[in-house]
Design a protein around this ligand. Structure first.
Ligand SMILES: C[S@@+](CC[C@H](N)C(=O)[O-])C[C@H]1O[C@@H](n2cnc3c(N)ncnc32)[C@H](O)[C@@H]1O
Length: 393
């Protein structure tokens, strides 16, 4: 039974979130930042209460479409919350008279485009998987410690329930849903690891840069991908991090310092433009980890599914094409490679884009086929897409 006091907070918070979404639509603040602010302002919620509060907020947001159909009317957050803890919540999933997008708890527009990409059966499986809690996964920084050493320390001293990731050689996944505060660990402060989903790690490792290479991370954000592939360079060559948001590069700078990586430089849009003549055709690798609908990360960001619209999809498709076109001149002719990646599941942002780029710019996909992960029954990773392209010679 959830205490009345916590139920009150859950309702209050979700009413605020709903208002925010109605008012600002796709510009609405992300739910995780709204949650952080709410918890800061409501110190009366103790640490156990916070976990219960947060877990239930996420559950309600994930299952809202389904709950709106099966909960008592008039709808309220309290009513939806009570419904989660009834038998009906499980049994109605099998009610085939409910529309598929309702059973899968996915807004209709998004469900339809997922069906276009995967067919209905797979789309339902993906949505169901995206309604589960995301696993907590970290990437070990091999410059500071090996995965084996960190696993041993965490198992023996911290008593964490963890396992090595199956595909990434540097990942560790937590196997319980206990909220470990990893940011407070000395190993985090010393740069031994970063929190990063396994699929994102695998996409980053597609940048197989070698000693002495020059790499331009064109949409670097806070540097998540670059931090993962930087150890391949063994301190040689140079990574250029670029983003249109100056403040996020400051964040990246701090993370690189902590990770002990020095062969990097940071470029705002202005500084890259000022140096453009020197930098075009210079890079062995250009990484285009473009802005996208984020439909592969709905377990972490379930609020994104309510921001989705076909217009928003078109906005991202156009933006991705223009970012790719901006980044391409920096690739070294003949040998240079450009890596295009998204955390989207949609063909419009992925395979359709690279097919178009190949035709328009005389490129071909190299290093095997493109790489794609889709959350599903046995796939614990986020949805990611990545392809390595090179000029046809
Ligand atoms: C998916 S995020 C990058 C995440 C980052 N690579 C990581 O692994 O943590 C996309 C980034 O593209 C940036 N961006 C948006 N428009 C851009 C543009 N025209 N040129 C370069 N970066 C852009 C955004 O500010 C955002 O940080």
């Amino acid at each position: 039974m959830i205490k009345k006091f916590i139920k009150g907070h859950i309702s209050k918070f979700l009413n605020l979130w709903q208002q925010e979404l109605e008012l600002k639509k796709e510009q609405a603040n992300p739910i995780d930042s709204m949650l952080r602010n709410y918890l800061k302002e409501n110190k009366a919620l103790g640490s156990n209460d916070r976990k219960l509060f947060t877990d239930n907020v996420y559950k309600l947001v994930r299952h809202k479409v389904y709950l709106d159909t099966i909960s008592p009317k008039p709808l309220s957050w309290e009513g939806r919350l009570d419904t989660i803890y009834t038998e009906k919540f499980a049994t109605q999933r099998k009610n085939m008279s409910l529309l598929p997008h309702v059973r899968a708890s996915c807004p209709k527009d998004l469900f339809d485009v997922l069906c276009d990409s995967f067919g209905e059966e797979k789309a339902i499986e993906i949505c169901m998987a995206q309604n589960l809690r995301a696993p907590l996964t970290v990437r070990v920084n091999p410059i500071k410690i090996s995965r084996e050493e960190l696993i041993q320390k965490w198992r023996d001293v911290n008593k964490f329930a963890i396992k090595p990731t199956e595909f990434s050689p540097y990942g560790i996944t937590f196997t319980t849903d206990k909220n470990e505060n990893l940011y407070e660990l000395p190993e985090f402060k010393r740069g031994y690891f970063e929190i990063q989903d396994e699929a994102s790690q695998l996409a980053a490792f597609k940048v197989k840069c070698q000693i002495g290479d020059h790499v331009l991370d064109y949409c670097a954000g806070a540097g998540g991908k670059s931090l993962a592939f930087a150890p391949y360079l063994k301190g040689t060559g140079q990574i250029y991090l670029h983003d249109t948001r100056d403040y996020i590069l400051q964040e990246a700078k701090k993370r690189f310092n902590k990770a002990g990586i020095q062969n990097v430089q940071f470029h705002t849009q202005e500084s890259l433009n000022n140096n453009k003549n020197k930098l075009v055709k210079k890079f062995d690798w250009v990484v285009c980890d473009v802005p996208c609908t984020g439909t592969g990360t709905l377990r972490r960001n379930p609020d994104l599914k309510y921001k989705f619209s076909r217009n928003r999809l078109k906005y991202f498709v156009d933006l991705q094409a223009s970012v790719f076109k901006e980044a391409l001149p920096f690739v070294k002719p003949k040998t240079g490679k450009i890596v295009y990646s998204t955390c989207s599941l949609l063909q419009e942002e992925n395979i359709f884009q690279i097919t178009k780029f190949c035709k328009e710019f005389n490129l071909e996909v190299v290093d095997g086929k493109h790489f794609q992960t889709t959350p599903g029954k046995d796939v614990e990773m986020d949805g990611f897409f990545c392809a390595v392209l090179q000029f046809k010679n």
